[in-house]
Design a protein around this ligand. Structure first.
Ligand SMILES: N[C@@H](CCC(=O)N[C@@H](CS)C(=O)NCC(=O)O)C(=O)O
Length: 119
């Protein structure tokens, strides 16, 4: 059984094509048109793990930028996040949503599912 509104609206690519067609017919939306989610992380960061677990639990695909592997991109993250330098920094369709605490706060209000299903 699908657990969250996000999963109900956006079946993963592992789901049956029939389910995807039914969602498309019912909503008029392409169930595979997922927003681009980017997460800047470091490998030993509990807040990063927490944020990634939440996204994983929703079946969200995301691009992870490991700042230990890609050190030069730390400045890019700071600029995109308006000066915030902690990890994680999470972006949904280019918009910064903050770190792990902010991601969980958005989830509490239902706003995260809305952002993840917005066209
Ligand atoms: N409230 C922030 C806390 C993030 C945080 O403190 N991250 C640590 C790593 S786990 C950090 O970036 N420390 C500073 C640094 O590594 O430069 C969140 O929820 O994302």
């Amino acid at each position: 059984m699908l657990a969250t509104p996000y999963q109900a609206m956006m079946p993963s690519r592992r789901c049956s094509p029939l389910i995807a067609l039914l969602v498309m017919a019912a909503t008029g939306k392409d169930p595979f048109a997922m927003p681009k989610v980017e997460v800047y992380t470091t490998p030993i960061c509990p807040f990063c793990l927490r944020a990634k677990r939440l996204l994983d639990s929703k079946g969200v695909d995301y691009v992870e930028v490991d700042l230990w592997s890609e050190r030069a991109r730390r400045q890019e993250m700071i600029e995109r996040a308006n000066g915030r330098s902690t990890v994680p920094q999470i972006f949904i369709d280019g918009e910064g949503v903050g770190g792990s605490d902010e991601l969980f706060a958005l989830d509490q209000t239902g706003e995260l599912d809305r952002l993840l299903t917005a066209e």
